[in-house]
Design a protein. Structure first.
Length: 320
């Protein structure tokens, strides 16, 4: 029987022709198929000359200043700054460069990535099965979901309402994990009767997310764009505390819940750690934990519109 496949090329680089302007040695580029590439060699490549471009393996790239990149984060190449960042710009032609293979601190100027690798998520709330339970009397709270987005809204009906997105899949508290999300507030309402919570929890609640026994949330109150954070593991509760970061109306922000150490969970907004003086904990939790986006309001006619373009959790056997 003849072979059904034979090796055509077995290498970590491809050869391309340098365009007008040429390439600098070590330049990060995007290939026609969308992959990232790293120009090899010590000398610049003139226009029209062949250039060897690395497309697999580990490389060190410049990192955007003053932000943290966590191990396993997808790293995007910011064309305007010529640096790697975990934040995906809403505009421009930034592209995925790979996955960070180690943490990079705020002060670090470089990050090591596995070029063209992608994160593998244990739970992806925008792709995997989720549960939604609506609470209403006559109004129309709603959850709309499609590829790459979720939208949770409340109607202007003076009644108690609840809408949520909770992952069907869960993870035990014995396995280190990191939650990633990208969220925007399009309508924060006109009354504090509205509460918005996004993060992880061991369940949901029909009227009050604060009554959930185990959780770690980013939280917003109606009328205010202040982003707060809280946690409760059934033994230790950290009440909703202002991160001093405010959401911008109709603008997505990135968040991370780094639960590799359940005794000291670290929280990030747009790549910057928040509330480092507070100790968020889930070490007394029994779990299992699920991704949860939860909106509730008491009897009031306030509306709401919260959107997610990314909401996922990745686990690991090696926390550090």
């Amino acid at each position: 029987m003849s072979a059904e496949a034979t090796t055509y090329a077995d290498k970590r680089s491809v050869t391309v022709t340098a365009p007008t302007g040429g390439y600098s040695a070590g330049e990060v580029i995007q290939l026609p198929d969308g992959r990232a590439g790293y120009v090899l060699g010590l000398n610049a490549i003139a226009a029209g000359e062949p250039a060897e471009v690395q497309v697999a393996g580990q490389v060190t790239i410049d990192k955007t200043a003053s932000i943290v990149i966590l191990k396993g984060d997808e790293v995007f190449w910011d064309r305007s700054a010529d640096t790697g960042t975990p934040l995906k710009a809403a505009a421009g032609a930034d592209f995925s460069a790979g996955v960070a293979i180690a943490d990079a601190a705020s002060a670090d100027t470089t990050v090591v990535i596995e070029i063209n690798a992608k994160p593998v998520y244990t739970i992806d709330a925008l792709k995997d099965p989720t549960d939604t339970v609506l609470v209403l009397t006559a109004g129309t709270p709603a959850v709309d979901m499609g590829p790459g987005y979720a939208k949770i809204t409340f109607s202007a009906t003076a009644e108690a309402q609840k809408a949520d997105i909770m992952s069907v899949h869960s993870v035990p508290v014995t396995v280190p994990f990191i939650v990633e999300g990208r969220m925007a507030i399009y309508d924060v309402g006109d009354n504090a009767a509205l509460d918005i919570n996004v993060g992880v929890a061991n369940g949901t609640h029909a009227t009050d997310a604060d009554a959930i026994t185990e959780s770690c949330f980013f939280h917003l109150d109606g009328t205010a764009l202040d982003i707060l954070a809280e946690s409760d593991d059934g033994t230790t509760e950290v009440a909703a505390t202002d991160t001093t970061v405010d959401a911008v109306d109709d603008t997505y922000f990135d968040f991370r819940i780094d639960a590799r150490d359940l005794e000291d969970i670290k929280l990030y907004i747009n790549g910057v750690r928040v509330l480092s003086g507070s100790t968020f904990k889930l070490d007394a939790a029994t779990g299992p934990l699920k991704l949860l986006a939860h909106l509730e309001k008491t009897s009031d006619n306030t509306t709401a519109d919260v959107r997610l373009s990314h909401f996922a959790l990745r686990t690991m056997d090696v926390a550090n």
